[in-house]
Ligand binder design. Structure first.
Ligand SMILES: Cc1cc2nc3c(=O)[nH]c(=O)nc-3n(C[C@H](O)[C@H](O)[C@H](O)COP(=O)(O)OP(=O)(O)OC[C@H]3O[C@@H](n4cnc5c(N)ncnc54)[C@H](O)[C@@H]3O)c2cc1C
Length: 396
């Protein structure tokens, strides 16, 4: 499967997948015939993650094509992403804790040779567990894994190989084209039994064989009776940050990030300048960096065309200083940008807010209506959240 990196390509993929997004998806979505095979799922996650397409438009198209009942399974999966994002938004401490754990565990690898060897075998796909090794290599080679592969890979990593879940999540985060702080971290926690306390996911050879089109024997023994990881303490719910609004009449520029790459479809004030930094952030694999670069260039070009101005790329090394310089050059009083949920982009936006404020310029993070409605519903389990889906879809 290749992954659409521009909005035009993502719309074409959605069109092509639409006939399969109803009952066929519900019946076949767990089947993973492997890289290069005709997919049973859309392959849209890298595009949705960066909002080349929004959840609202994808779910809306499927509902219109199939109706809610036949389209429900696909719509629900799209909404799992919204749910995870809204949930983490209200427990940002978990992301901070995960990031600190990864740093600590990566240092531990330098000192603990046995752990380092087991970790190196896992990420190289050299454990002797056929399915796991193939998935590790597929992830590095393509930047993507089917959901079924992700669940079983994570389970084998945690319970059979007994490696720290945080290092597995970090391996995914480096390579996945769709790497999402919420979906990735919380799915790993769910497999480990930390998210729904006491409930974990144990990989089973018969299920892996059945869902992988006969590609794997799975003869190596997998952990069968492992207990969930011990609870690590759920942080307190933090109230959502208030949504921010652009002030009309101010001289305004648009700053584009990879958090939202179809901003021109949102209500925007009149724009006099549109820019992005070349900085992608983190330590992504070359494939993930290249994907994000193409998507960012596409989103920036569309936003600039919408505003009728030239797109500007700002200096990567001095991100905050470069944006301040850009705002000063255009005499901006306000910079609007897409909302970024908990993660590296949100952290950089807060650093930018402080820098711009020193020059008397406001930063406004524009939250989409979909998020504004959905996030407050993501306080408990998905089943409660799911009950609100018809309301969410009707509001779009
Ligand atoms: C351990 C683990 C880590 C994961 N990490 C990520 C991640 O970093 N980013 C990410 O977008 N998804 C993640 N997922 C969820 C899921 O595996 C992918 O979204 C899905 O495989 C993408 O393929 P697709 O686009 O063909 O999905 P489709 O089946 O076509 O679904 C349509 C869309 O719904 C969303 N979606 C589907 N399944 C899920 C799910 N279980 N949870 C959340 N959203 C979902 C995606 O945006 C997807 O594009 C993870 C799952 C697991 C088990």
């Amino acid at each position: 499967m290749n992954f659409p990196a521009t909005r035009a390509e993502a719309l074409a993929r959605l069109d092509a997948f639409l006939p399969l997004a109803g009952r066929a998806y519900a019946a076949n979505r767990n089947k993973d015939a492997g890289p290069g095979a005709q997919g049973s799922t859309s392959g849209l996650s890298p595009a949705i993650r960066r909002r080349l397409l929004s959840e609202a438009e994808v779910a809306g198209r499927v509902q219109r094509a199939h109706g809610f009942v036949a389209g429900e399974k696909f719509i629900q999966e799209v909404c799992w992403r919204t749910y995870w994002v809204g949930w983490l938004e209200q427990r940002p401490q978990l992301w901070a804790r995960y990031a600190a754990d990864v740093e600590r565990l990566e240092s531990a690898l330098a000192e603990n040779k046995a752990l380092a060897r087991r970790h190196a075998e896992a990420v190289a796909g050299a454990t002797g567990i056929d399915c796991f090794d193939a998935w590790a290599q597929e992830l590095v080679a393509t930047g993507w894994l089917h959901n079924h592969a992700r669940m079983n890979f994570a389970s084998i990593w945690i319970f059979t190989l007994q490696l720290p879940w945080q290092l597995g999540a970090a391996f995914f985060y480096t390579h996945l084209l769709d790497a999402c702080p919420a979906s990735n971290t919380l799915s790993w926690r769910w497999v480990a039994g930390l998210q729904t306390v006491g409930k974990h996911y144990l990989a089973r050879p018969d299920i892996i064989r059945a869902n992988s089109g006969g590609r794997f024997d799975v003869r190596a023994p997998l952990a069968r009776d492992a207990a969930p990881l011990p609870a690590d303490g759920m942080p307190q719910l933090v109230p959502l940050r208030a949504a921010e609004r652009a002030e009309p009449g101010l001289r305004t520029g648009l700053f584009v990030t990879t958090a939202d790459l179809s901003l021109e479809r949102q209500p925007l004030p009149k724009l006099v300048a549109v820019a992005a930094t070349t900085r992608i952030g983190g330590a992504p694999s070359p494939l993930k960096r290249a994907y994000a670069e193409t998507a960012l260039a596409d989103g920036l070009a569309r936003a600039a065309a919408h505003a009728g101005v030239e797109p500007e790329r700002l200096d990567e090394e001095a991100a905050v200083a470069a944006v301040r310089g850009w705002a000063a050059r255009h005499g901006l009083a306000q910079v609007v940008t897409g909302e970024a949920a908990v993660g590296p982009v949100a952290d950089r936006l807060e650093a930018l807010r402080a820098g711009l404020a020193a020059d008397g310029v406001r930063l406004v993070r524009l939250r989409r209506d979909w998020d504004a409605l959905a996030w407050p519903m993501a306080t408990k389990g998905f089943f409660g959240f799911k009950a609100g889906l018809p309301r969410l879809l009707a509001a779009d």
